[in-house]
Design a protein around this ligand. Structure first.
Ligand code: GDP
Length: 437
């Protein structure tokens, strides 16, 4: 569902607009302590539009001393999260200097903005609306949140900038999950894909290639549509060319880019070679989800011993995607293929997961309390607010002061803590720092 942020200086009528859109009078802000009280979110269904609206108004109740910084962090966070911004001014008061910092934040973002000249009931405050042209944020839409005027124009403006949510969400459910099985030559990729597809559709062994024009193969696993990257195609091309080494890397990259979930297939008898680790680096760079397949498990004598050893190695060697599933299997014998696919679907779910902002900020206040950011010379580092700005992979943003001074060890602490708190194994986690000063 798309998200719309209501932004503007205190007293322009943001709360009233929020209540108007959400369609009921809500009690002001919930009174739990902590940062979550600073904002409200509501679900809006108007016409064919369906979106979440974020109100940044609760802050006006906060004490004046900390108001400016928090309001700014709050506003930045809401904008970062939003698909569109409603920038509200008071048409009767006209443009005030106090509007400018908020206008600046909005301008700096690359989000679509709708400029609302509020309190314009009965054509009042038109002069203010004209002044607002000067903001460079487009034509103001005169509205009266209190009297419900101009809502049709507002919706028209929103309809232009918001994606079609319903359709997208439907389509997402039907869309095939894209999987690439990558690994060193002879790890058993083709054998495994053949086993999955249930027929000898890929070439195995040293014989001449078969032709294929598509780069992917469609497969139905337990009623779920899967698109498999055609690994054999990569290999055929590699054979034609002498520059094997170079091609292997670019083909690996192509496979990783194709996929949502990458299965790095290891030959369990020679696991975690340099080439395998290079692929995992690509997975992290490209922001994909990872599952590790331990192939040729039928050749392993001490299975429990080796599994324990390799799980330990995975944790140590692949911290950037900690917790990735490690699944023993035999493509040749057809063992473990179902477990592998269960791990793939689970990793895909984690990759797509969105964590509610209230939960993130609850977590943030605990994480910062348990382990406060270090003081760096005379600078006071303040983390005020956090939100998840993207999925696929999970991407969080921190807002506050002097965040550029945060040491790497501390951001690593936060990423690890996020991974544990919200159960995000096997995916890279992105963290952006948005600092005000
Ligand atoms: P690719 O280069 O990764 O596509 O590897 P292939 O699928 O061509 O397999 C390379 C060799 O490993 C072939 O001789 C396969 O028969 C063998 N192989 C593949 N999977 C397994 C497995 O699970 N167990 C055993 N014992 N051999 C396998």
């Amino acid at each position: 569902m798309p998200t719309v942020a209501i932004v503007g200086r205190p007293n322009v009528g943001k709360s009233t607009l929020f209540n108007r859109l959400v369609g009921r009078k809500l009690a002001l802000v919930d009174d739990r302590p902590g940062v979550t009280r600073d904002r409200r979110e509501g679900e809006v269904r108007l016409g064919h539009l369906h979106f979440t609206v974020i109100d940044t108004a609760g802050l006006e109740e906060a004490d004046a001393a900390s108001l400016a910084g928090r309001m700014r962090a709050q506003t930045e966070a809401a904008i970062a999260e939003a698909d569109a911004v409603l920038f509200v001014i008071d048409a009767r008061a006209g443009l005030l200097p106090a509007d400018q910092p908020f206008a600046e934040l909005v301008r700096r973002s690359d989000k679509p903005v709708i400029l609302l000249a509020n309190k314009a009931e009965g054509g009042a405050g038109l002069a203010g609306a004209y002044e607002a042209f000067g903001l460079g944020l487009g034509d103001p839409v005169p509205v009266s949140a209190e009297h419900g005027e101009g809502m049709g124009d507002l919706l028209d403006a929103l309809a232009e900038v918001l994606p079609e949510p319903e359709e997208d969400e439907e389509a997402d459910r039907d869309r095939p999950l894209k999987v690439a099985i990558v690994g060193r030559p002879n790890a058993g990729k083709s054998t495994l894909i053949n086993r999955m597809l249930g027929e000898e559709r890929l070439l195995v062994g040293p014989e001449a290639g078969i032709t294929r024009d598509s780069i992917s193969l469609d497969w139905l696993w337990r009623g779920r549509r899967i698109k498999l990257h055609d690994t054999a195609g990569m290999r055929r091309r590699a054979r034609i060319d002498d520059k094997l080494e170079k091609l292997a890397v670019s083909d690996g990259l192509r496979a990783v880019r194709f996929a949502e979930v990458v299965v790095v297939l290891l030959d369990a008898t020679i696991p975690f070679e340099k080439q395998d680790l290079t692929i995992v680096d690509l997975v992290e760079q490209e922001g994909r989800a990872l599952v590790i397949g331990l192939n040729k498990w039928d050749l392993v004598a001490d299975q429990p011993g080796l599994l324990k050893d390799l799980k330990e190695k995975a944790t140590r060697l692949l911290p950037q995607v900690r917790g990735a599933a490690v699944v023993p299997l035999s493509g040749l014998a057809g063992e473990g293929v179902d477990r592998l696919m269960q791990a793939v679907v689970a990793a895909h779910e984690v990759w797509n997961r969105r964590v509610a902002t209230a939960r993130i900020n609850q977590w943030l206040s605990e994480a910062v309390q348990a382990n406060p950011p270090p003081a760096v010379s005379d600078r006071r580092i303040k983390i005020r607010y956090a939100t998840q700005v993207k999925t696929r992979p999970p991407h969080f943003a921190l807002f506050g002061n002097q965040l550029n001074a945060l040491p790497k060890s501390y951001t690593r602490y936060l990423v690890n803590a996020l991974r544990d708190a919200f159960d995000l194994p096997g995916v890279p986690i992105r963290l952006s720092l948005r600092t005000s000063k």
